[in-house]
Design a protein around this ligand. Structure first.
Ligand SMILES: CC(C)(COP(=O)(O)OP(=O)(O)OC[C@H]1O[C@@H](n2cnc3c(N)ncnc32)[C@H](O)[C@@H]1OP(=O)(O)O)[C@@H](O)C(=O)NCCC(=O)NCCS
Length: 437
């Protein structure tokens, strides 16, 4: 009997089955059995075979991936092997995006070409402006982003040729380049302000700030501290392995639509308050708490189930301090030196202090996640709350695309089509309306 296998005995039949165990790069990076192997386990010949029941995929590996490694117990996050702390300190968002997509850090020539390709695709078709104009004045910018990025697919019909390497790569440049433009246009529309065209002499985040902020000045000069802070926030949000929106990207992508349609689906997944909308919920919660003296009573009501969850706390994977939250907390000081301190910061710090000492949160391993402090910084940077999930979607585009490319090149990939355990009625006869009671 092979050592690397699992023996299962079905107590209904007394039969034993030996299932091979498959590993990641090293056994410590994950081990799994092939779920389809369970189907041979049957109670009788007409039995469908055993399924794995896993709502929310809490213990299901939906793919193999070499992009992002998360160890939630130890609070580790690495992109392509590089610790997030090093990338946040030394890399730029565009360099990190290249790393995620191509697997290696670029050399100087590759970097120059990459930046040029992205920069040359920042402008969107003029008709996109008309499309955005059609939205109601108070439309949520995230709703606008979902709609406009999906609409982009109609401007590039060849984007559906996803197995053509050159065409696929061009859509990747376009998506990474145009997401900030769409995001900024959505924001300007919601403010009733004229759209600002991209300034290709600025950096990726500098140009984004310019498209968001520029009013009458000839040239917008981003504050270098704030430009770098946004770049670091973008690095931290660039990928996070098989989260809800990335799974949406892979699931939708598995039926082979163009990448704009798949990114629209991923963006929609990110819109929800349990995912990309959480930092918006954190700010609302901090505003609701209002001041330091209200913090203990608020924590008490969360524990009693009266005030909902402590937003920005807890994570499906991290059962330790989210490493991104640590970097963001450090970033806050630099930002506040330029913008002045956000008064909600002291409420957040007190909330964190009390929660981290409280048995309820300790027992459940609930720590601050990436969203706990990011909203406070975004607010200090002058972004309205509705823009927060948009500021997540823009950098996550690189991760979504990296995961999409990996999925397309994996020979194990099949159209996503989970199974169910049926709990409804057994077969029954149709009853005509007149005879129904
Ligand atoms: C992120 C999140 C959805 C993960 O959920 P999950 O892995 O499914 O965890 P569960 O919902 O099973 O929660 C486990 C326990 O912790 C509690 N819990 C989880 N997050 C909590 C929070 N933020 N505040 C209070 N209690 C929380 C649950 O009530 C549950 O308690 P119980 O065992 O007594 O029923 C969840 O922690 C959450 O809703 N957090 C707030 C939203 C947020 O910040 N999301 C951003 C994620 S980056």
């Amino acid at each position: 009997m092979a050592n690397d296998s699992l023996t299962i005995t079905d107590n209904r039949t007394g039969k034993s089955y030996e299932l091979p165990i498959r590993y990641g790069t090293y056994p410590k990076y994950g081990a799994a059995i092939d779920a389809s192997q369970l189907r041979q386990i049957k109670a009788s010949d007409d039995d469908f075979g055993l399924l794995a029941y896993d709502p929310g995929f809490t213990n299901t590996a939906s793919c193999k991936s070499g992009i992002t490694f998360v160890d939630g117990e130890r609070g580790i996050l690495r992109y392509r092997g590089y610790p997030i702390e090093q990338l946040a300190e030394k890399s730029s968002y565009l360099e990190t995006a290249y790393l995620l997509l191509y697997g290696e850090l670029p050399d100087a020539g590759q970097m120059e070409e990459w930046v040029r390709n992205i920069t040359h695709h920042t402008i969107v078709h003029e008709n996109i402006k008309k499309f955005i104009d059609g939205f109601h004045y108070d439309a949520h910018p995230m709703g606008l982003l979902v709609g406009t990025v999906g609409a982009l697919s109609t401007f590039y019909p060849s984007a559906k040729e996803i197995h053509d390497d050159a065409r696929r790569e061009k859509q990747i440049w376009r998506l990474i380049a145009k997401m900030p433009t769409l995001a900024a246009f959505s924001y300007r529309h919601s403010r009733g302000m004229p759209y600002v065209y991209p300034d290709n002499d600025l950096s990726y985040t500098g140009n984004f700030l310019s498209m968001l902020r520029r009013t009458t000045e000839l040239r917008y000069e981003p504050d270098p501290v704030l430009e770098r802070a946004l770049d670091v926030l973008f690095i931290l949000h660039a990928d996070h392995e098989q989260n809800c929106s990335t799974s949406a990207m892979r699931v939708v992508g598995s039926s082979h639509p163009d990448p704009y349609s798949a990114i629209a689906a991923a963006t929609a997944a990110l819109y929800g308050p349990l995912h990309g909308g959480a930092n918006e919920a954190v700010l609302r919660m901090l505003n609701q708490i209002g001041s330091l003296q209200n913090v203990p009573a608020f924590v008490k009501s969360v524990k009693a189930g009266e005030a909902g969850r402590l937003m920005g706390f807890g994570h499906r994977v991290y059962k330790n301090y989210d490493p991104r939250a640590k970097v963001i907390k450090g970033l806050a000081d630099q930002v506040f030196e330029v913008t002045g301190v956000n008064p909600l910061l002291e409420v957040a710090i007190e909330l964190e202090r009390i929660a981290l000492e409280d048995d309820y949160f300790i027992e459940r391993k609930l720590y601050p996640n990436v969203d706990f402090y990011s909203g406070i910084i975004y607010q200090a940077l002058g972004f309205p709350v509705a823009m927060f999930p948009v500021l997540f979607a823009v950098p996550r585009t690189a991760g979504w695309l990296a995961q999409w490319m990996e999925m397309l090149s994996d020979s194990d990939t099949r159209i996503a089509r989970p199974r169910q355990i049926f709990t409804g009625s057994d077969e029954r006869e149709y009853v005509p309306l007149k005879k129904r009671r």
